[in-house]
Design a protein. Structure first.
Lengths: 607, 607
């Protein structure tokens, strides 16, 4: 069973050596408190909570699952106690304003916390995680009364929140939302309809649940331009802030899912439940999109979480389990056979997991800095700053969410593969990781939706290729400085320059074709997304390798040279063995849409 | 929920139009009975059995799983009745000799039967499937008394069989087997030890179970050269053939697995159980390898089974579910949104599944002809013929098993992806397919073991590259005849010629490197396997496309032109979108082992 150990060494490498987080925090309007000592204390406290409280109930939570009876959901054994500790530790309000009881720290710290918690126990992390979207929405769009009513309890974690978007007939296509909101006359609304797939929609961890619900006013225009946003509490809130009457929003059932079985996924039936409008009428979807990027990057974290946990499960097994002899001769001669880790193909698997977990982590940590600045724009009331950083983040979002969750799923499956047949058996915990990881490419927009968002919206519609031009120029700018270095750094830098030019030109070719053939965008987007991910990750590996190489050269890394050496070795492995997969995606994305579109719908047949 | 429909049109296309099975059967010593009418009757009867009996209990079997109590296993509801029908229909003995009650037909028919049954219900198919290895072993190595005692009941299906290889400390590395066999003095042995992962090791479907067990004689040499093979019946068999006393081989527990939950995977404790040696002392492993190729190709079938079933689940959903508008404009203008199938990225997913299922099927059907000839060698007592065809089959085996199961797993996951979030919910049945498919890359030799078998044994040790040379020459020979055709056939033929030359040269480069650096073989083998699979599948797609194109050209296919058109279209999709993935694997397999081997074992760390 994987016992989670927080990767603090790697986290600190990224924070202090690669991305200069101390300097970054120093320039944030809410970064003053995030001193290096404070950050260390938070990371270490969080690591302890994750290792000692969350990790031990990860596997048992999966085996037990959630229980549903008469509209009530009971979480697995230990979850309630763990959540109480989470609230007591003040973890929920880490990056929410002090005026509502939070600690007011930058949101990047919350993302780092979420990675550790999610790796230790993704199902558990869903409960407080969903509150985030709810809190952000109330904070951004709520009036003063709404903020004062809901935020203190949400920020403390005494209450949790949800986002109620999906309905049986629609998920991605929210223009089909049917849930109705009838004005009562007193400023409140009666909400009626059915929402499905509501994570943390019902549970026994908190005394109240605040739902943010997409619904239509009676006179609303059809489609996405007729959707409004409502706050619908599970229990009405009395004037003194205490919990009052039950609102008729009832959990009809919870889903039986492949994984994240300790996370309750509710069907919620709204039967004239009282709701309060938040944000402007018919502008609900826009409001919902304000924090879309950060929400999706929160899901991208799941990719690295499951790659990391699966690696942590596979590594000790590969060191202990013995099978056959290494092809280059006996390694553990006094033993009946060599440890798995001596076999190059097993090392290939472990290195793939490590490259995805650490490469992905560096991509997330970079994006988290942009998110900090975006939030600063909001806090400062600086719309231009918000938009600038949100746009920059918007370029990374689909790549991180789409690519990292796909690679995380692959890495989780690799972990099972290292275990051989034992990987398929529940007691080892490896198959749970693969099942838990499987949701990540489906929710918060499937990989296909991320791909369409990247190529269709971010590249073509919004920037006409400028985002790719800028990013590839940034990569070239960085790589150029190292292209004449000897050894692996120079080789990787030159490879990255070639890839940057290739990405730029390929994008141009797709843009030209898309102008004539719209289906090209949908036909090519998946391969474009994966290609982009592979090349982007190469950039982030090169950055890590350069820092490691400098630390070794100037002796500042002499205390843990093996850490820096292994960074360079993993980067080389990535360039040698994973980055080449970009080639297949490149050819795929440059293919015309003819072969995808040629077959008549009715000629897709079975039997 | 996918309702299985046997792909008889495609099966008959392969049998009659692509591979000339009628001509093939006519030249087999046991092919006389396999007339086209007989073959049709078998396929149609099997299809009905699979669609009406096996498919309906596939999902319920997963939900219920197997029950274990006091050493006894109860299979899920409906399995016992279905198995009784299977036995009553005489399906088990389809390709076993008439002298033991079988129908004596070529084994390819059994493989076609296994594909249909396995697609409808893989868990169920494991029970009769495991008997196959047992029957083949007894037939090949048993003495007359053993054959007469066990074969009639195994061939009828009244009894089932197992293969007991794996022990807690070893799976792949059977040299570590510890189970002991002490001679009793009367020609029998007392078998003691623990075997794990024994599929169909205990169940309630048949009145007796015949275990084939790997164990060591007291004076056996260490390692693989000291392993013998024993028949150990669950119940002793009386002189009159009736079932007698219980033999002390007891099921200690069954595994809780990620998938194939209706298939019982037993821990078997042998406590001085009576066994009878079969084959020569210390030659057990060799005997076990006689039918290794056919057993592994039986597992390769799982790749296409799950690709097919997942396609059958995803296709109707893609036609019914509506979301957004196609990028090239409204398609179902009178509906709230366009059907998923109008979106190019969804078509990409469906076409991938179709390309894997049908491309893989044609690879299996080709290999099945070799298997028929191999079995003929055995039946005719012609060792040279057996070896010749077994060697030819041996080249396909790791590619089919390794590549098709990996692609089958990917296809099963794609099916979930088409469903979006609904794919993650148990009731739709799509996630079961992905869980069931997950075992296929692990058992019967992991993908890593297949890869090592292909590159290390088949290519380097056994043939010094000759197998690749011959196969690529065969591909070139075929493609040359079409390289000057206009249109898609010519383009695909030329692409295949380029790939053939590339494969040949890349193999040579790896061979040269491997002579100096043994770790290269293990480091490169995974990418080599996947590369080989992608190129081989291209050859089999070209063959199908050529036949389809001829049928359209000479009007003999005028009754179902859409079938032939869709074959060519799927082939084009394969060449455009899937075959390019070979490029990434090519670069990967040509990388030196330096980057995989560089890191010290102890520098792989966590935290």
């Amino acid at each position: 069973m994987p016992q989670y150990k927080a990767p603090l060494r790697d986290v600190k490498f990224l924070l202090n050596e690669v991305f200069d987080y101390p300097g970054h925090y120093a320039q944030l309007s809410n970064g003053g408190e995030a001193t290096p000592d404070m950050v260390d204390a938070i990371l270490e406290g969080c690591a302890t909570f994750c290792e000692e409280i969350l990790s031990p109930i990860n596997h048992s939570g999966d085996l037990e699952g959630c229980h549903f009876e008469n509209g009530n959901v009971t979480t697995p054994k230990g979850f309630k106690e763990a959540y109480a500790e989470y609230v007591a530790g003040g973890w929920q309000g880490l990056s929410h304003p002090t005026e509502y009881g939070g600690q007011g720290l930058p949101m990047s710290l919350n993302l780092m916390k979420a990675e550790m918690m999610g790796t230790a126990n993704w199902s558990f992390t869903m409960y407080p995680g969903l509150s985030l979207g709810c809190m952000n929405t109330v904070m951004q769009y709520g009036n003063e009364a709404q903020k004062n009513t809901y935020l203190p309890k949400l920020v403390s974690g005494e209450w949790t929140g949800t986002m109620c978007l999906t309905e049986p007939q629609c998920g991605t296509d929210l223009g089909q939302v049917k849930t109705k909101a009838e004005p009562v006359g007193d400023g409140s609304y009666k909400i009626s309809g059915t929402k499905i797939f509501i994570s943390a929609g019902e549970h026994d961890l908190a005394e109240n649940i605040i739902h943010i619900v997409l619904a239509r006013l009676p006179d609303a225009p059809k489609g996405t331009r007729g959707i409004s946003l409502f706050i619908v509490p599970k229990f009405m809130v009395n004037a003194d802030g205490s919990v009052g009457e039950r609102n008729p929003v009832v959990c009809g059932s919870i889903e039986h899912k492949m994984g994240i079985r300790a996370s309750a996924t509710a069907v919620l039936n709204f039967d004239e439940a009282i709701g309060y409008m938040i944000a402007e009428p018919n502008k609900g979807l826009e409001a919902m999109f304000t924090f879309m990027n950060t929400a999706r990057i929160g899901t991208a974290v799941q990719g690295i979480a499951h790659a990391e946990l699966s690696y942590q499960g596979a590594l000790p097994y590969a060191k202990e389990r013995r099978s056959m002899r290494a092809l280059s001769g006996k390694k553990d001669a006094d033993q009946v056979a060599d440890a798995l880790i001596w076999h190059a193909d097993v090392r290939r698997m472990l290195l793939t997991q490590k490259a995805v977990a650490e490469g992905g982590r560096s991509m997330i940590y970079h994006a988290a800095k942009l998110a900090d600045n975006m939030v600063n724009g909001i806090l400062e009331g600086n719309q231009a700053k918000y938009e600038d950083y949100d746009n920059r983040l918007g370029f990374y979002t689909p790549i991180l969410k789409g690519f990292l969750t796909e690679m995380g799923l692959e890495s989780a499956n690799i972990g099972m593969q290292v275990f051989g047949g034992h990987g398929y058996i529940k007691e080892h915990g490896m198959e749970q990781i693969a099942r838990d990881a499987r949701i990540s490419t489906l929710y918060e927009g499937t990989t296909g939706i991320q791909a369409l968002d990247l190529l269709g919206r971010k590249v073509l519609l919004q920037t006409r290729g400028k985002c790719i031009k800028e990013f590839t120029n940034e990569m070239i700018g960085f790589a150029k400085g190292h292209a004449f270095s000897g050894g692996p750094i120079g080789a990787m830098a030159r490879a990255l320059i070639r890839r940057s030019l290739q990405w730029k030109w390929a994008t141009l070719r797709i843009m030209l074709r898309a102008a004539k053939d719209r289906d090209t965008v949908s036909s090519s987007c998946h391969d474009f997304l994966m290609y982009s991910g592979f090349v982007m990750m190469a950039y982030f590996w090169l950055q890590q390798a350069v820092v490691a190489s400098e630390k070794l050269a100037d002796k500042s890394g002499k205390e843990t040279p093996e850490f820096y050496k292994s960074k360079i070795q993993t980067a080389e492995f990535y360039f040698d063995r994973l980055l080449p997969r970009a080639d297949g995606h490149r050819t795929g994305m440059l293919a015309t849409s003819a072969t995808t579109m040629a077959m008549d719908n009715e000629h897709f047949v079975m039997g």
